[in-house]
Design a protein around this ligand. Structure first.
Ligand code: GLU
Length: 378
């Protein structure tokens, strides 16, 4: 915690890839289980405005269980895990439909993506999910994401969409995540019970002191302040700034831009640098690609690695694994995530990208290591 003033210009306006997380308490009526359509329409108006301004918007939404319990006649009692999973199956359809209808007013295509914890931890599934979301964003769709509650078992559930939203932000190298909540930010203590609790507008580092402030939970949903701080940690490590912002009133994003009222967690570096640091630092390499001189020069000037520049491959690795990049003299010049398995690279090495489909029998990425997935030693 450093500055006590909020940033002068809202990070919202400079966001390029913006993830918005919506909690159940904002979207669904506690009593009736109905979607708050007027609130959702106002939110989608804000989303459409950001979309029209060229920002990429991803929505992570809760509410499937809250919406789905009514139609299955499960009201008024605490649900068991399997009942929650059944409710989510019913509710998710209704939830997706509500977003589709609301964004269709702005002629925005919506795409539902349901994610499990495994999808964000298993490297291959991670790459697939990342590519799908990248493609949807390129096509100017708004992905609407929730946890795949109906199939995830207790041990492998996120359970709360705060962390899911942070993992998604990390996975797609988002620069900004906004957790819309029934609380307006982080306080030194619970503001509902401690009258002199102080509001904290900006956090630059999550210290034990900051963590100790999260010992209370917000009323609804599964995510209290503790899971929000866990989400903030994931985001700060991934170079993504995160806000805990008030969402109760209509047009919460416009309000956030105008009033600035929220707590921002601001990392020192951006997502690109953080991703490269992650590749450089925490991944074990399972093989190596030897590149020719032309590729070496191209990689040093920030290009991706194409099959044409690869002269040799060693090791036993799968798509998504980390590999070393070496010159013909054996010098290690970089490290990256391979978009192809070792066996496939043996087939396509030295070949033009256009021939890859014919040689492999399927159409994959045209790069073997995309420049975003490559860390070059300087
Ligand atoms: N995935 C759950 C749902 O859609 C919500 C989890 C949460 O409350 O954060 O109902």
């Amino acid at each position: 915690m450093t500055a006590l003033q909020p940033p002068t210009k809202s990070p919202m306006t400079s966001a390029r890839r913006l993830v918005i997380k919506i909690g159940s308490a904002l979207l669904v009526d506690d009593e009736t289980g109905a979607v708050h359509h007027s609130w959702l329409d106002a939110l989608c108006d804000d989303v459409a405005e950001a979309h029209a301004a060229g920002q990429e918007v991803i929505i992570v939404t809760s509410g499937a269980i809250a919406v789905g319990r009514g139609p299955l006649g499960m009201k008024g009692h605490k649900l068991r895990l399997e009942e929650k999973q059944a409710a989510a199956a019913t509710g998710q359809m209704r939830l997706a439909h509500a977003y589709q209808e609301s964004l269709a007013r702005h002629k925005i295509a919506v795409a539902q993506v349901l994610i499990t914890l495994d999808d964000t931890e298993n490297r291959r599934r991670y790459l697939n999910a990342r590519n799908t979301l990248d493609t949807l964003l390129k096509l100017r769709a708004v992905p609407v994401i929730n946890e795949n509650d109906s199939v995830a078992t207790a041990e492998i559930r996120f359970g709360d969409n705060d962390r899911l939203a942070a993992r998604v932000s990390q996975m797609i190298s988002a620069d900004t995540l906004v957790l819309l909540s029934d609380i307006d930010g982080l306080y030194t203590a619970d503001p509902r019970t401690v009258s002199n609790a102080e509001f904290i507008p900006q956090v630059d580092e999550i210290t034990p002191k900051i963590e100790s402030m999260a010992g209370f939970a917000s009323d609804h949903g599964s995510g209290g302040m503790v899971t929000k701080l866990m989400a903030a940690k994931i985001c700060m490590d991934a170079g993504c700034r995160m806000a805990i912002a008030p969402g109760k009133l209509n047009h919460p994003l416009t309000q956030l831009v105008n009033s600035g009222r929220c707590t921002w967690f601001l990392p020192a570096a951006g997502p690109r640098a953080a991703r490269k640091r992650w590749i450089a630092g925490s991944l074990q390499t399972l093989g190596a690609l030897v590149v020719d001189n032309g590729a070496f020069i191209a990689l040093n000037s920030g290009k991706s690695l194409l099959p044409a520049g690869i002269v040799d491959v060693s090791g036993d690795f799968e798509r998504g694994d980390a590999v070393e990049v070496r010159t013909k003299d054996g010098e290690v010049i970089g490290k990256g995530l391979s978009a192809y398995a070792a066996a496939d690279i043996s087939t396509i090495k030295g070949q033009k990208s256009e021939k890859m489909e014919e040689l492999l029998g399927f159409r994959g990425r045209s790069e073997v290591i995309h420049r975003d997935d490559l860390f070059m030693r300087s």
